[in-house]
Design a protein around this ligand. Structure first.
Ligand code: SF4
Length: 393
């Protein structure tokens, strides 16, 4: 590892230093430290899953977009021969990369090969936390046997990919089923944001995106996200076309889609993302998305659909409140001023009307009862002002 790479590694593992560099960069750009500046293309595309979630997630993960922004500027500057060491001064460090042009990025991309990181086996953890190794199912028979023998000779536990939970299997297969193109990560100024992205592939005329989903049902919801993501990549990485694929695990099939980059959709998505970031409350997604939403996000989401237990808790609370405020409830007596005859006291007709409205809201059936029993029997002292006895009412 060259010196500069060691320096970079040391910098990137110092979270405190990275955080203060991000704040300094915001200050240099005149951006309030609480405002979003660094965003990711994949997160913006998630607008098409849930607009609120895409913004909340981006805000929460902003540092994870600043890190690639900084890393790429420093490491590409080194590759291009612009620097041979990292300056210790923070301002100077943040200046590095200002003079990297689009042509430089094109040049760096050209030097990259379309090599998939082919793996013979991949390790993961099962539901009980045990490490399990899976052999790449797409390896030729002979190589699979060799790999099995190698793992067995080392006493490594080999998992059966068909028994793997769907999500994990999808992740494993993604590494083997997607098409292979060179790619590069880079960031783009798009005020008020700096947008970081890395397509799954960049060919001469198109960008490539690969997604995995569990079922045909979910594919309907994943497709707009994949499409928006590919459009964003094409827009920023200057390609006219997109090619995206969705691997549906239940069918073990990959569907391929190809079309021109939809620039107006990209601009619309970016505008709407910014509107939500500025406080606009977007329409709700379908209810099951909220139920599956990340707990931490749904706690801060203003649009979230309450979970079942929360609905039950709220209903219980409302019931308790209604009982307390209900003038005909025994518990209500504790709250209101009592007349000598035991009926609730009202200072004005408005109070009574408000009271009546409350009663109506609480229990329409009870009003009907009142009308027949109290109203007609003239046992209620408020009949002359009671709106429920007005025939027009
Ligand atoms: S709770 Fe629902 S609306 Fe809120 S971020 Fe999650 S999915 Fe979106």
């Amino acid at each position: 590892m060259s010196d500069i790479n060691s320096e970079l590694q040391a910098l990137l593992t110092n979270r405190q230093e990275i955080e203060s560099l991000m704040l300094l960069e915001k200050e240099r750009r005149g951006v309030d430290k609480n405002h979003l500046l660094f965003v990711g293309m994949a997160n913006i595309a998630n607008y098409w899953w849930c607009a609120m979630r895409s913004v909340l997630e981006t805000k929460r993960d902003e540092l994870t977009f600043f890190v690639p922004y900084l890393t790429d500027r420093l490491s590409y500057a080194h590759k291009l021969g612009i620097i041979d060491h990292l300056p210790t001064n923070s301002e100077k460090l943040l200046d590095i990369g200002d003079d990297i042009s689009w042509n430089d990025i094109v040049q760096l991309l050209r030097e990259r090969k379309a090599d998939r990181i082919a793996f013979a086996s991949l390790s993961s953890f099962d539901e009980d936390g045990n490490k399990v190794t899976y052999i790449n199912p797409d390896l030729p028979e002979q190589l699979r046997t060799q790999e099995r023998m190698r793992l067995e000779s080392q006493g490594i536990s080999i998992g059966n990919i068909d028994d793997t939970p769907p999500l994990l299997r999808g992740k494993i297969l993604e590494g083997t089923r997607s098409e292979c193109y060179p790619t590069i990560r880079w960031n783009f100024e798009y005020p008020p944001y700096v947008i970081v992205g890395v397509p799954d592939g960049i060919a001469d005329v198109f960008v490539y995106e690969f997604k995995t989903t569990q079922s045909q049902f979910l594919k309907r919801f994943v497709k707009p996200v994949a499409q928006a993501q590919a459009d964003l990549y094409g827009y920023f990485f200057r390609r006219d076309k997109k090619r995206y694929q969705i691997y549906v695990m239940e069918d073990e099939e990959t569907e391929t889609f190809e079309s021109d980059i939809d620039k107006s959709l990209v601009e619309q998505t970016l505008r709407d993302f910014e509107r939500v970031d500025s406080g606009w409350i977007p329409p709700l997604p379908v209810a099951w998305k909220c139920k599956k939403c990340d707990d931490a996000l749904s706690q801060v989401c203003e649009k979230r659909i309450p979970k079942k237990e929360e609905i039950r808790k709220k209903q219980k609370e409302e019931k308790r409140k209604a009982k307390t405020e209900d003038p005909l409830s025994k518990r209500a007596g504790k709250r209101r001023v009592k007349r000598e005859d035991g009926l609730p006291d009202f200072d004005s007709q408005e109070d009574l009307i408000a009271f009546a409205a409350l009663v109506k809201k609480l229990d329409d059936q009870r009003i009907a009862n009142c009308r027949h029993k109290l109203g007609l029997n003239k046992t209620c002292p408020y009949c002359d002002v009671c709106p429920y006895l007005d025939p027009e009412w």
